[in-house]
Design a protein around this ligand. Structure first.
Ligand code: ADP
Ligand code: ZN
Length: 721
């Protein structure tokens, strides 16, 4: 190639053409350095007809400066990037950026310096140095990472290097990973598991696009079954990607993987330190990384030779990214598998309705594990009607639920209380004047966190110290906490069952690998009697002595009332119920509700999953909602309310007529203010036959707005706030 077109990482620049100087060879997918004015920019050599830019005359082309020493991004990945940008109406540049991970990794291997404690123990230390000494035991990382870990400035740590308390170590960025062994510890599979595993193994062997829905009840051994497919990919020297919905779940997965394959898998998520990310990225692009487990961002990495994708807990909404490129990693994983000619396994005990529908239609192959492994039974679910059996005044746990926990405590078994609300109380108000603490940047109340004595916004992170007096009327001792969060429930348990050892499990408390490890160890050793947690404890964990699950407020998830509220409630409660009775002792689940007649509550109590899915499916069909129709949202925002409103109206006024598309709005978003921006929404409902993306592009591309206005497109939205 003598002239090339580049995809560059600034969407505003469009595609740019360059000349390839003599002596340089590039291919499609090569990552190159190019001049732009006085600057140097990175770009990817791309098939020019796919980028559609104006031809620049030969004489005006400037030469490329350099080629990065990494293999070209594979064609399958380039097609995936194009597909994603096209489907989600996102800039190619923004999608391509997700494939590169870090620019440092492009520069090649070599070494870097990390720091760790030397072991010296001086007699006197400043408080900051002492704190750093404590926090950094057993840690190693760049000065910046260690400063974050220890909560001190980088200056403090440099001082400690000077004083001989920290030392530098040279780290080889390309040091190889020890190989995973497919036959390290092969389990004895049950007949159902064997049948499932055989299907997966055959598909891996064929190296053909095969989408599976692994539909197995909680505790059925879905992981054990798909591990056989992982083993087959390992034997054939192909790479495997396992996507998990949350970083918090990776710890547990790591352990199980290591028990099965002898070494941990390669981790990829935002908290992996930079030198490890470089190492992982380079191993991935060279085809040396065998199994990568990560959050959704691992999906766009440049695997050299992908042979299998697993999406575990595939129904989880956290696979949908709601900022930057708004894509759904579960759906894109299936597309990636298609481009790579590889099988993809969507594993869940409560599949998304969309996935169920595709299995019904025969597009996904359904593989079922209907029973728990080892003869364990599914727990009994009962409904506790709070209107008949109310808790005592000022309390949240009704007497029968408390009784059930007391029994478990006496028998030395564990209980889990689930409430999907962090903090102590979701709302604080003044008894005297009625003042409510609200976030100045968002349409949201400030949530009291009693452990940290703060009021915090869960949307923008705004925080204030918990006040003593009302800021409005100045009265002291007049502030009341309204409603419960997990911290408040934990207090209540401590009052009612003073001898119980209680653990609060939320993203506030389980915020590091160490914290997660400590929690799991304590729960397994029986050092915890009652776990009070948010959705973080609803999946992945296996505690054999846990025999009781109490859902504090089964109605909570139905409040928002969006399209998927009932489905989400069903999934969440079925998942948390699935933590009970996983060992030899049977489990019991109690749902506290004020609406026992609600279809979703009744279906849970009857264990009638099919009826629930059937009713939901019909409701969706009637509403023309996904998967029968398609939706897209346009979110218009600005720091200036009038500007946002006018832009939203201008969009609404220009919507093109189309027979199979309906536009609703604009209307102020339920979250009318978010991070200081005023927001309006439009909702587009299209028949499946409609060319939705084309419609959106032709509608929005000609429009121009003031600089402060941001227009976000959300295709297949999950969030409606
Ligand atoms: P799921 O993901 O379907 O909820 P898991 O994969 O977590 O279920 O399995 C539940 C428990 O049963 C785990 O502790 C797992 O190790 C164990 N288990 C499942 N299948 C087997 C097997 N074939 N041999 C040994 N243990 C198994
Ligand atoms: Zn806020």
């Amino acid at each position: 190639m003598r002239r090339v077109r580049l995809l560059v990482f600034n969407a505003a620049l469009g595609a740019l053409d360059y000349r390839v100087p003599d002596g340089m060879t590039v291919e499609y997918g090569s990552v190159v350095v190019a001049p732009l004015g006085p600057r140097q920019i990175l770009g990817i050599v791309w098939e020019s007809e796919r980028l559609g830019a104006k031809e620049v005359p030969e004489s005006k082309l400037r030469p490329l400066l350099d080629v990065m020493p990494v293999p070209p991004l594979p064609a399958t990945l380039r097609r995936l990037i194009e597909w994603t940008a096209d489907y989600y109406c996102a800039p190619l540049a923004a999608v391509a950026r997700m494939a590169l991970g870090s620019t440092a990794a492009l520069r090649g291997g070599g070494t870097t310096t990390e720091y760790r404690l030397t072991g010296a123990e001086p007699a006197r230390l400043t408080p900051q140095r002492a704190a750093a000494m404590d926090a950094l035991q057993g840690e190693q990382g760049s000065i910046r990472e260690l400063a974050d870990l220890a909560g001190v400035s980088e200056g403090v740590l440099r001082g400690m290097v000077g004083a001989g308390l920290l030392e530098g170590v040279t780290v080889d960025l390309d040091r190889p990973y020890p190989p995973a062994r497919p036959d390290f510890a092969v389990p004895d599979l049950s007949a159902d598991q064997r049948a499932a595993a055989d299907r997966f193994v055959a598909a891996v062997a064929e190296h053909r696009f095969t989408p599976f829905l692994l539909d197995g009840v909680t505790g059925s051994g879905k992981t054990e079954s798909y591990f056989e497919a992982v083993a087959e990919a390992l034997r054939r020297g192909r790479q495997v990607l396992v996507l998990l919905p949350e970083i918090a779940l990776t710890e547990n997965f790591l352990r199980r993987f290591e028990q099965r394959f002898g070494v941990p898998p390669i981790l990829w998520h935002s908290s992996v330190k930079s030198s490890e990310r470089r190492r992982a990225w380079r191993a991935i692009v060279h085809g040396e990384a065998q199994v990568v487990v990560g959050a959704r961002s691992a999906l766009f990495l440049p695997y050299a030779n992908l042979g299998l994708i697993v999406v575990d807990e595939a129904h989880e909404v956290s696979f949908k990214q709601d900022d930057g490129v708004r894509y759904n990693a579960r759906d894109v994983a299936v597309i990636r598998a298609r481009f790579e000619s590889a099988p993809v396994i969507l594993a869940s005990a409560t599949p998304a309705l969309e996935s169920m529908q595709l299995a019904e239609a025969g597009i996904y192959e359904r593989v079922e594990l209907p029973d728990r492994f080892g003869g364990a039974t599914l727990p009994e679910i009962t409904v506790l009607d709070l209107r008949k059996d109310p808790p005592e005044r000022g309390r949240w746990l009704a007497p029968p639920l408390v009784e059930a926990m007391r029994e478990r405590l006496e028998r030395g078994e564990q209980s889990l209380l689930f409430l999907n609300r962090r903090g102590y109380a979701p709302l604080t108000l003044c008894r005297n004047c009625g003042y409510r603490f609200q976030c100045p940047n968002c349409t949201a109340w400030l949530v009291e966190h009693r452990f940290s004595r703060r009021l915090a916004c869960h949307h923008c992170g705004h925080e204030v110290p918990a006040p003593e007096t009302c800021p409005e009327c100045g009265t002291a001792d007049c502030l009341v906490a309204c409603g419960p969060g997990v911290e408040r429930i934990a207090d209540e348990v401590a009052e009612i069952l003073p001898e119980a050892r209680v653990a609060v499990v939320t993203s506030d408390t389980l915020n590091s690998a160490d914290a997660i490890g400590a929690f799991v160890a304590a729960a397994e050793e029986g050092a915890i009697d009652v776990i009070v947690g948010t959705q973080l404890v609803t999946k992945g964990y296996h505690f054999p002595e846990l025999t009781f699950v109490g859902v504090v407020d089964a109605d909570l998830g139905l409040e928002g009332g969006d399209l998927r509220a009932a489905e989400r409630t069903y999934q969440q409660i079925a998942q948390v119920a699935g933590r009970a009775g996983r060992g030899e002792k049977p489990g019991e689940v109690v749902l506290q509700t004020r609406h026992p007649e609600a279809a979703v509550i009744a279906a849970l109590a009857d264990g009638d999953r099919d009826a629930f899915y059937a009713a939901e499916t019909e409701a969706r069909r009637d509403a023309g909602a996904p998967p029968f129709g398609r939706w897209a949202a346009i979110i218009v925002s600005s720091e200036d309310q009038a500007e946002a409103r006018d832009a939203a109206r201008a969009i609404g006024a220009t919507s093109p007529k189309a027979p199979d598309i309906m536009v609703l709005g604009p209307a102020p978003a339920p979250m009318a203010l978010l991070r200081g921006r005023h927001r309006y929404r439009l909702l587009i409902n299209a028949r499946r036959s409609a060319e939705l993306q084309k419609y959106l592009r032709e509608w929005l591309e000609p429009l121009e707005f003031p600089r402060g206005v941001r227009i976000n497109l959300d295709v297949d939205p999950y969030s409606f706030v």
